[in-house]
Write a protein that binds this ligand. Structure first.
Ligand code: DC
Length: 230
């Protein structure tokens, strides 16, 4: 759909952060489609690196070794698919094992540094909606629009459990999904480097009882306001 605000729409950097299951993916994808922007899912980058390291038998707590895997890897995201060194891992990275492996490698400072550099390159020209945990705080502290999406843990677990792309069609027990999600939240929020936190200038949105359309409308209004004021 042609955006109504002309060429101005082209250059913004939109940062979307928050915990798993808060609705970042759907919001980021929809905003990118509406604005004609590139969508970058940085969680998928950590996942793909974890997948590759696991496949190469690299210990997931060896920062230098995993960072070398990350630095050598060719990562590509397009049309909702992600490849690493030519392997399409879109489905393979959405498993409970990779959930844990990605959280483990995301703790490692050198790995983060390699991926943060890549993320900055991807967003350098603007026209990007980037989702993750540290986009508004570390990757692009000067992002034009910063949104922090949150939701109650029960609701985030419910969304994750019913997400086919994530469960691979398996029926996951809600209690297990919630337990794993809360454990990963704790890892992501307490790690030493770039822990999940709300940027002081981010707009905080609790999506627990909001339909996705309302979240998208809210975000589009923030983008519109930014375009009018710039
Ligand atoms: O959003 P996700 O569940 O696909 O992210 C996978 C893991 O990577 C998760 O443990 C959080 C971590 N992550 C991160 O530390 N920084 C980011 N910018 C994105 C994800």
């Amino acid at each position: 759909m042609e955006p109504p605000w002309g060429t101005l729409v082209k250059n913004l950097i939109i940062a979307i952060d928050g915990p798993s299951g808060a609705g970042k993916g759907t919001l980021a994808r929809t905003l990118a489609e509406r604005l004609g922007y590139r969508h970058v899912d940085t969680g998928a980058m950590y996942r793909a690196v974890a997948w590759k390291a696991a496949h190469e038998g690299v210990p997931l707590d060896d920062d230098h070794a995993v960072a070398t895997v990350a630095a050598r890897a060719k990562l590509d995201q397009q049309d909702g698919r992600i490849t690493i060194d030519g392997h399409d891992v879109t489905r393979a990275i959405r498993t409970p094992e990779i959930d844990k492996a990605a959280a483990a490698v995301a703790k490692l400072p050198h790995v983060r540094s390699v991926l943060v550099d890549r993320q900055r390159e991807l967003g350098a020209d603007g026209g990007v909606v980037m989702e993750g945990r540290d986009i508004g705080t570390v990757v692009f502290p000067g992002a034009d629009v910063k949104i922090y999406l949150d939701a109650a843990a029960e609701e985030r677990a419910r969304r994750r459990a019913s997400d086919q792309a994530h469960t691979g069609g398996q029926q996951a027990s809600l209690a297990n999904v919630q337990r794993d999600l809360v454990a990963r939240d704790a890892t992501d929020s307490t790690r030493a480097v770039a822990p999940l936190s709300v940027a002081t200038d981010a707009v905080y949105v609790d999506t627990t009882s909001m339909p996705i359309e309302a979240v998208v409308d809210h975000a589009m209004r923030l983008v519109h306001k930014k375009l009018q004021s710039s």
